[in-house]
Design a protein around this ligand. Structure first.
Ligand SMILES: Nc1ncnc2c1ncn2[C@@H]1O[C@H](COP(=O)(O)OP(=O)(O)OP(=O)(O)O)[C@@H](O)[C@H]1O
Length: 588
């Protein structure tokens, strides 16, 4: 998975990658060559007193050092560029894939993991990529080249490698092997801390209201201590790792000096060769250490790459039609009017045993208001979500002007709808920016008009910056009712064919609710309005009221018809809802 991801996303940067590999090769070879030149200076220059040789070789060494430094800088630069570009491209694709997801896929993954995958997991792979760019080229060359050069300097002394290398390999391998579980656990501990923190920040008011601060602090402490323990475990091993490696390296140097001194005394080796040998030994040991670390890090990155690929490979369940029906084909070729028809619609959430909606059939017409009322959990929001295709039906069809919503392109379908969700959501920015979300070229006059209709003009006018007043993330700087009215204004600015209001009026007081509906009526005269409501007062004038109970339509008609025991449309459920909110005299 890691390789596939890297191949796919590094392809545009292959020139930079090849160039950086060549530069790495150059600098590693230069690195390998320098100790040998140093040995030559000592043996042929210093020992023999040949000043000219020292100068010439010294200048050559300087040249090679400069070349090596240049190549190293170039390689690091190109590597960093390719790796960061890789990260940017993967994040971009993850984001645009998630944008295509329906509520089904988002629910299946969960928002937190989608965020972690786009940020943390990409970072993990990117880091390993940078390491690979250097170590993958450097380590094998340093290892093979180091052994080759060491043999060139002295074959007998090279036998020491047979002892030193396996010892280092085993020690570093063991340490890393014990560290990996800590690293894995660390990720999930960080996830837990994030989870607790997110919940507490979002639910801060509830925590305060129920005086649960102490309990919440304990919860956070537990998660925090778990992370501390894990980090400490990894830290202890890490603290051991460096001294251990240094000890092995120093002991090896001592061994080389010990045996080398004997060989020099016996006239079998020169001093320069001994210094070069020590340098090559260090190269070899470094290469072994880096390769071991690399081998241990790859599985972690592979896990991250797998998680990224899982998102990238997920196809949305509300797929775009291959051959979308043009808007002009709606209403039998007359163009969009906004007639919404549910035809024997059944819907069940993924993984749920029973459907939430059962065989719903109704038509909502332009110029009419269709209201949906029912107890909580009856399926009202679910029903509304099927029109903009947040989910697709599991049985039956949802039609707009006689065309199945699944046959329209999502852009076309969206252009017909003005949705006001149950939880009004605003984006950070300004009020004007939010209102123009569905119609970027709307004039200021249009924005004020929409605000007037949704009874939001007064409070926006009262803000010092007016339309340019800042909006906090999610709309946090406004009250629930203000947010709701701004969200409605956003839909009104768009002048859609179909308005979908999901319980948008319940955050308003009775008087504002009534004024808003009165102001909205002329604007929606040509449009289809579907309103989900809890309050009977909000919908008593609706042209058609659908009473929903456990996902079935158990009553349909106008307010008076549904209450009239003599009328065929009479609904006992509706009467129960009405009497729970007002006396029958008030309702009449
Ligand atoms: N994402 C989901 N996954 C699984 N089940 C869900 C999901 N959303 C809602 N449900 C279930 O579907 C049923 C209908 O929910 P829905 O939100 O449509 O009800 P509602 O009538 O709008 O309620 P309310 O008036 O409280 O908003 C409920 O039983 C709920 O538990």
């Amino acid at each position: 998975m890691l390789i596939t991801l890297m191949r796919r996303y590094l392809r545009p940067y292959w020139v930079a990658v090849v160039l950086l590999l060549v530069l790495q090769l150059l600098q590693t070879l230069a690195n390998l060559y320098l100790p040998s030149l140093n040995a030559d200076i000592i043996d042929n220059g210093v020992v023999q007193g040949d000043i000219a040789y020292i100068w010439n070789t010294g200048i050559l060494m300087l040249g090679i050092s400069l070349l090596q430094a240049g190549a190293a800088v170039g390689a690091v630069y190109l590597g960093a560029r390719a790796a960061t570009a890789f990260g940017r491209d993967v994040r971009r694709d993850l984001f645009s894939t998630v944008q295509t997801f329906s509520a089904r896929e988002v629910g299946q993954f969960g928002a937190p993991t989608l965020i972690t995958r786009t940020t943390n997991d990409v970072q993990q792979v990117q880091q390993v990529l940078i390491m690979m760019f250097t170590i993958m080229v450097m380590a094998p060359i340093m290892l093979v080249g180091g052994v080759f050069m060491a043999l060139q300097e002295d074959v007998e002394l090279s036998m020491l490698l047979l002892v030193v290398v396996p010892v280092l390999l085993v020690c570093v391998g063991l340490l890393m092997w014990r560290m990996v579980p800590y690293f894995r656990a660390m990720q999930s501990r960080i996830d837990t801390i994030n989870g607790v923190l997110r919940e507490q920040i979002t639910g801060l008011r509830v925590v305060r209201a129920f005086v649960r601060e102490r309990r919440e602090i304990e919860r956070f402490d537990a998660a925090n201590t778990a992370l501390y323990d894990t980090s400490l475990g990894a830290g202890k091993l890490m603290a051991m790792a460096f001294p251990l490696v240094m000890l092995i390296m120093n002991l090896s140097s001592v061994a080389v000096l010990w045996f080398g001194a004997g060989r020099i005394a016996a006239g079998e080796m020169q001093i320069g060769a001994l210094t070069a040998f020590i340098a090559y030994l260090m190269f070899i040991l470094m290469a072994v250490m880096m390769s071991t670390m690399m081998v241990m890090m790859v599985p972690r990155a592979a896990v991250a790459a797998g998680r990224i690929a899982e998102v990238l490979d997920t196809r949305t369940s509300v797929a775009e039609p291959a051959d979308p029906a043009p808007l002009s084909s709606l209403s039998d070729g007359a163009g969009p009017r906004g007639v919404v028809t549910f035809e024997d619609v059944t819907f069940g959430y993924p993984g749920a045993e029973a459907p939430v909606l059962h065989g719903l059939s109704f038509t909502a017409r332009p110029g009419e208001t269709t209201a949906i009322i029912g107890s909580t959990g009856a399926g009202k929001t679910t029903l509304l979500n099927l029109v903009p295709r947040l989910f697709d039906v599991t049985g039956g069809r949802v039609l707009v002007d006689g065309v199945d919503v699944r046959s329209l392109s999502t852009d076309d379908l969206g252009s017909l709808l003005g949705v006001v969700p149950q939880k009004a959501f605003l984006f950070s920015g300004t009020i004007a920016g939010n209102l123009r979300y569905g119609k970027p070229d709307a004039s200021e006059a249009e924005l004020w008009q929409a605000l007037e209709i949704t009874q939001a003009r007064d409070f926006v006018e009262a803000l010092p910056e007016g339309l340019d007043a800042p909006v906090g993330q999610g709309g946090s700087t406004f009250s629930g009712g203000q947010r709701q009215r701004l969200a409605m204004a956003r839909a009104v600015v768009r002048e859609p064919r179909v308005y979908l209001f999901d319980d948008s009026f319940s955050a308003l007081d009775y008087a504002t609710d009534a004024r808003l509906r009165a102001a909205l009526a002329p604007r929606t005269r040509q449009a289809t309005v579907i309103v989900v409501a809890q309050r009977v007062a909000t919908i008593r004038d609706a042209d058609q009221i659908l009473v929903l109970d456990h996902g079935r339509i158990v009553g349909r008609g106008r307010h008076h018809e549904l209450l009239d025991r003599e009328h065929p449309a009479y609904s006992e459920t509706y009467e129960e809802i009405v009497t729970s909110q007002m006396t029958l005299e008030e309702a009449a």
